[in-house]
Design a protein. Structure first.
Length: 223
């Protein structure tokens, strides 16, 4: 009898444990808004096509130390690993994309906030994250090589001052008040990326409206 009571008590305790709110859920990390860091923004080290070598090196060093070293850039003493070592496949609105693992939580925050706040309909069809070749010339380095950049729908969100045929895109030809009008992506989406540490390259001389890069602090994404 005593053994039976003990078993019943144990079962009841297990049930209580199951139904009680889990401490893990209560302590689940939440997204913390942050802005891109100014010294990492492209226009800080490249203006009208001219590079400031000192500022550029400062940005390369930060990215190398935090995300890995791209062959041919920076010092191996800053980071011994390639960014690819930290590649992670994630999804954004159901589409797969490969990014640096430190950026994945930030993108999840963006998606959650867009779903909650952005009313204008938009469905991404094509994403591009990690890349193996440098699309920039002149000593510059694309953030796609660090795995911290994401392109969304190049056929709907052009890069107006990249190589042709982008510049001939009708969205690049039309007269606009701001680059927001060149992108098919809603302004609410762009602003949400910005609030979560991603810089939109539509603001840049390039008017690359498909491109977001995480320039926030990875350690500050969640609190
Ligand atoms: Zn891009």
């Amino acid at each position: 009898m005593i053994r039976r009571v003990a078993t019943l008590l144990a079962a009841a305790a297990a049930l209580v444990a199951l139904s009680a709110p889990s401490a893990e859920v209560d302590a689940a990390p939440r997204c913390q808004p942050q802005r891109p860091q100014g010294f990492l923004v492209r226009s800080f080290f490249i203006r009208k096509g001219r590079m400031d070598p000192r500022r550029h090196e400062q940005a390369v060093r930060y990215r190398t130390e935090h995300y890995g070293r791209v062959e041919g850039f920076g010092s191996p003493s800053w980071n011994a690993h390639e960014p690819r070592t930290f590649a992670q496949t994630t999804t954004f609105f159901g589409l797969k994309v490969e990014l640096h693992q430190k950026v994945v939580p930030a993108l999840a925050c963006v998606e959650r906030e867009i779903r909650a706040k952005c009313k204008e309909p938009y469905s991404p069809k094509a994403l591009s994250g990690f890349r193996d070749h440098n699309s920039y010339r002149g000593g510059e380095i694309t953030n796609h090589l660090f795995g911290i950049a994401l392109d969304i729908d190049p056929d709907r969100n052009p890069c107006c001052h990249c190589v042709e045929p982008w510049s001939e895109d009708p969205q690049c030809q039309k007269k606009v008040k701001s680059a927001y009008e060149r992108a098919a992506m809603p302004r609410c989406w762009i602003d949400t990326f910005d609030r979560n540490g991603f810089y939109w390259l539509g603001h840049d001389d390039l008017e690359d409206t498909m491109h977001f890069e995480f320039l926030g602090k990875p350690a500050k994404v969640l609190r």
